[in-house]
Design a protein around this ligand. Structure first.
Ligand code: ATP
Length: 233
């Protein structure tokens, strides 16, 4: 579904991604693991068109999307939930969800909003509330709900568990698995490597802009290197 081959990404003269190659097959959950500043968010931003690679190729459903505008990429079925729950603060919960569907032309939008409310009952309770006044965890739910409204084929999730209470972390990961079971392929960036590997099929470890290790989630969980560096020993 997605094939990234040897991409280089720069911020000015900072070389953030150095020849990164990854692959995501249809139906998978694939996770990117790495320390702070490794380049995980940079990779997601490049896939969704917020950054342009200097070299290398990005093939999505056998078409090149490298360097295409974000508005073009979102229409091909790739939806990005960036780090830090970016919601439109001055719009209500419901307006944010409606906006998530702006790329769609079908008539199922209201039905899908109801489905998001079933997944996140808290958002239903708060549907008329201005999003900027939601709690951090509620904003995270809204950011995911808005991405689901785009009916993506490929969902890019950046640190969905960040800042959430432990019980909510569990819920968010259950929801990620549900979204996947309903047919959406997922590329997941997570600090919580333990949870990420428990839902993912495969993973890539990124260190200072390079992929240094890849394997099945099971093998990565068992790796001594991963255990000591990312799973707390
Ligand atoms: P974290 O887990 O801390 O979010 P990350 O793996 O997502 O880290 P990135 O945000 O992709 O890391 O950053 C990769 C590198 O690029 C870091 O060294 C970072 O300082 C640098 N970087 C990111 N954004 C910019 C920017 N706008 N301008 C300059 N450098 C940047």
């Amino acid at each position: 579904m997605l094939k990234v081959d040897g991409i280089d990404v720069f911020y000015g003269n900072i070389h953030a991604l150095k020849g990164v190659s990854i692959e995501v097959l249809e139906g998978e959950i694939v996770t990117l693991i790495g320390a702070n500043g490794a380049g995980k968010s940079t990779l997601l931003k490049t896939l969704s068109g917020l950054l342009k690679p200097k070299n290398g190729s990005i093939q999505y459903e056998n078409k090149s999307i490298a360097g295409k505008a974000a508005q073009t990429i979102v229409k091909t079925g790739i939806s990005h939930v960036p780090e830090g729950r970016r919601v439109f603060a001055n719009m209500t919960v419901e307006e944010n969800l409606e906006l998530g569907a702006y790329v769609r032309k079908d008539k199922q939008i209201q039905k899908d909003i109801q489905k998001v409310y079933e997944t996140f009952p808290r958002l239903h309770e708060r549907r008329k509330q201005l999003s900027g006044t939601l709690s951090g965890g509620e904003q995270q739910m809204l950011a995911m709900g808005r991405a689901i409204m785009a009916k993506p084929k490929l969902l890019l999730l950046d640190e969905p568990s960040m800042g959430l209470a432990p019980i909510m972390v569990k819920t968010i990961f259950e929801i990620i698995e549900d979204i996947n079971k309903n047919g959406t392929t997922i590329l997941l960036v997570e600090q919580n490597a333990h949870m990420a590997l428990s839902v993912a099929k495969r993973g890539y470890v990124i260190e200072t802009g390079r992929v240094v290790l890849t394997g099945s989630a099971k093998d990565l969980q068992a790796s001594e290197e991963i255990k000591s560096a990312y799973l707390g020993g």
